[in-house]
Structures are given as C-alpha cells and as structure tokens.
Write a protein of this length. Structure first.
Length: 406
C-alpha cells in the first residue's frame, strides 16, 4: 500500500492581512499531480485543513474541489481528521456525500466511522478511534485520533478516568492509555497505522502554529504511540520532522507553505510511505515548491532600502524590511517604499545603539516556556531539571489553557 501523509494546510490563512489562497490553490494543483505521479492508494490529511473554525467559502470550495480530484471517482481513499483549528462538526458535515468519492472524515476521538463502501473500497470494521479499511486486496487498521482536547480525551476514557480518580494522571499518560486500548485491533495480517493531531515532546515547532501545549498540558511522549504501528502520521507542527524516540515511525509532515518568516529556512514536504504487513515502512520525502517566498531584507540605510525596493519591485515576494538607521523613518519614506514594493509586510527600523537587552528579551519570549525554564534551572542549579519538576511547573501554568485552545 502506498500512502501519502500531509496535513496543516490551513486553507484561508492570511499573512499580515494578505490572503494566501492563490498560493494554496497553486499548491493543491501540484499536490494532485504528485498524488497521481506517486501512484498513491491512501492519502492521510492529519488535521488543520482550515485556519479557522469558520473558514471562508472560497477555502471550503478549494478543499472539496481538491478532494474530488484526488478521489479519481472513488479509486483512491482520502482520510481526513480534524485539527485544533478545525470545527469537527463542520468538517465532517459533508461526510455522507463524500463516501461515494472514497473520502473518510473523522471529527473527534469519539467518532465512529460508518462501515460500508467508500468509493471502490470498504470500511469493514470501525469503532471509537479506529477503522479497518479494505482496499486493493489489502487490509489496513488505522487508529484515528483527531485533536484530543482534555474534554474529548476524557469522553473516550471515561472508565479509565473513574479508576484514576484517586491518583494523578497526566494528559500524556491518558493518551498512552488510549493508544494501548486501541492497538488491540492491530493484527499480523494487516497494515497498522496511526494518524493524530497533537504535540509530541521534543518536536521543533515551525513558528506559525497555534499553541496547544503551553504549560505542558498537551504534551505527549514519543513512547505513547503503539509499538506495533508501522507508520504514525501526525499533524500540528509545521516543520517536517521525525518525532524523537519513535525509531523514525512517527513524523510530522508539516505545513505545505511557509506561514511566517520563522519557517523560511526549512523545506516544506510530504511523506510517501510504502508498507506491507509485518514489514518496516519505506519512507520517501517529496519536497514542495515555494510559490511566493517570504524574505527578510536587512538594509544598512533608508536609502539602501528604497533602492532595493526599486530594484526588486517586480518580484513576487513577501518582504520584512529591517533597516539600520540613526533616526526614525519618515512617513513619506515609508509610503515611497510601499509604493515601489506592494508586498512589504513590515518595516522595522533598527536604531543604532538600541538596547541589546530588549532584543535579548524579545528572543527569549519567542521560546517555549519549557525551554526557558530548563535553561534557567541548569544555570541556577548546575544540573538538568527532572521531568517531574518540569511537569509540575507546566501543569500549573497550563491550568486554564484548554479554554484558550477552543
């Protein structure tokens, strides 16, 4: 079975007020071609299809038009799970109509996918959090865990939560219990997969994600995933990467576009996975094009900035202008730059002699709180912080975080 793992499309997302729909449309046209060229059987979209729970109509149309093209009249299966940006009910609303095109929609960890025909293939068994899919003479058991908020996780683990009333049980421990419970459906004669939308410990964020792990409440360890899973297709983190401690089985495909300037230094991609029962998956990376680059122009003077805007005014590129100067930039100079270069997103003056401590503080605030505390603890104590101490702090900081993620 040949599987393509993607996710975090964030259709409808803007950059400093600039729509990215045109770039997203270009990407999806190329994506359909990649799927055809790679002879893909199963596409997994691991959450955050949209950027908001109430996406613009143009974004929804783009998504459904793309699904129809990918389907090839039901010959191919596309499995879509909801991310923390998606409205689960809205995402799966078209599920009944999508079935004839081989499209499976999963909104929450509690979702039970109806069995029966999906295009030319079949869901033969299903339950809360898993499906068994029969296609092209092969069977795949897929654990399907869309974004598991505290509430949604507790809904599927109500029996375990009753037993755990008298002891502390962390979010990560509950996720492991869930995967342990679901992995009993794996068999030796099936292809065994996982797809979920969550944040795994020690993964490196791209920079444009909406945090779901601040305070530690939503962090899971790499060892929570089933050992029998041959491939684990994850969403949420925008930088493509392997999850540490998973023997390269768990991966984030990342987002298809650079969604802010922190992401411009790594290549966007998807993963093509070829897998058979009881065999190690063969994984190939397919890089994506950059449709409209985001660049940071560092100019040594206001005059140099104006000259560069003039020289590169025809290039299709988003620009953050950083200008070293001994004075503030006048309004007429700002207007001149923007009239020459339409896609300037920000003009940031770097005043000679500006407070270095302020710059260091800005850099510090961009780091995850867990990294800041680890560095502080080691500096003060001379040793690495223990996991238990870090978890206590992060849990305290994250007590009210769940409400902010909805």
């Amino acid at each position: 079975m040949r599987i393509l793992h993607t996710g975090d499309w964030h259709l409808g997302k803007n950059l400093e007020g600039h729509s990215r729909l045109q770039e997203q449309e270009a990407f999806l046209q190329d994506f359909v071609q990649i799927v055809e060229e790679q002879n893909i059987d199963l596409i997994i979209i691991a959450g955050d299809v949209y950027d908001t729970s109430n996406p613009p109509a143009a974004a929804e149309k783009l998504f459904y038009d793309t699904l129809k093209k990918l389907s090839r009249n039901g010959e191919r299966i596309t499995l879509v799970i909801a991310g923390n940006h998606d409205n689960p009910e809205r995402l799966v609303a078209a599920g009944p109509l999508a079935r004839e095109h081989g499209i499976i929609m999963v909104g929450t960890p509690k979702t039970i996918v109806p069995t029966g025909a999906y295009g030319c293939h079949e869901v033969v068994v299903s339950g809360e959090g898993y499906i068994e899919l029969k296609m092209n003479g092969e069977n795949a058991v897929i654990l399907t865990i869309p974004y598991p908020s505290e509430k949604r996780l507790n809904e599927v683990l109500y029996h375990e939560m009753e037993e755990a009333e008298e002891r502390a049980i962390t979010y990560g421990e509950r996720i492991k219990v869930l995967f342990d419970n679901l992995s009993i459906h794996y068999r030796k004669d099936t292809i065994n997969l996982v797809t979920s939308h969550l944040f795994a410990m020690d993964s490196e964020e791209g920079g444009s994600e909406r945090s779901i792990q601040l305070g530690g409440s939503y962090i899971v360890s790499g060892d929570c995933f089933p050992t029998d899973a041959q491939y684990i297709a994850l969403g949420h983190v925008h930088k493509p990467q392997i999850v540490p401690g998973t023997n390269k089985r768990a991966r984030y495909s990342g987002s298809p576009l650079h969604y802010n300037k922190k992401e411009i230094n790594f290549t966007k991609k998807c993963f093509v996975v070829e897998v058979k029962p009881q065999e190690e998956a063969i994984i190939e990376e397919i890089p994506f094009k950059v449709y409209k680059p985001i660049e940071v122009w560092k100019c040594e003077s206001i005059e140099a900035a104006i000259e560069r805007c003039e020289a590169e005014k025809e290039r299709a590129v988003y620009v953050y202008l950083e200008i070293t100067t001994d004075r503030y930039i006048r309004e007429d100079e700002i207007k001149q730059m923007k009239s020459l270069k339409a896609d300037i997103l920000e003009i940031l003056p770097k005043i000679d002699g500006e407070d270095e401590e302020e710059a260091a503080l800005e850099q510090l605030t961009e780091q995850p709180i867990s990294d800041v505390f680890k560095a502080f603890y080691k500096k003060e104590r001379g040793v690495e912080v223990e996991d238990e101490v870090l978890q206590v702090l992060l849990n305290l900081l994250g007590e009210e975080e769940e409400d902010e993620t909805h």
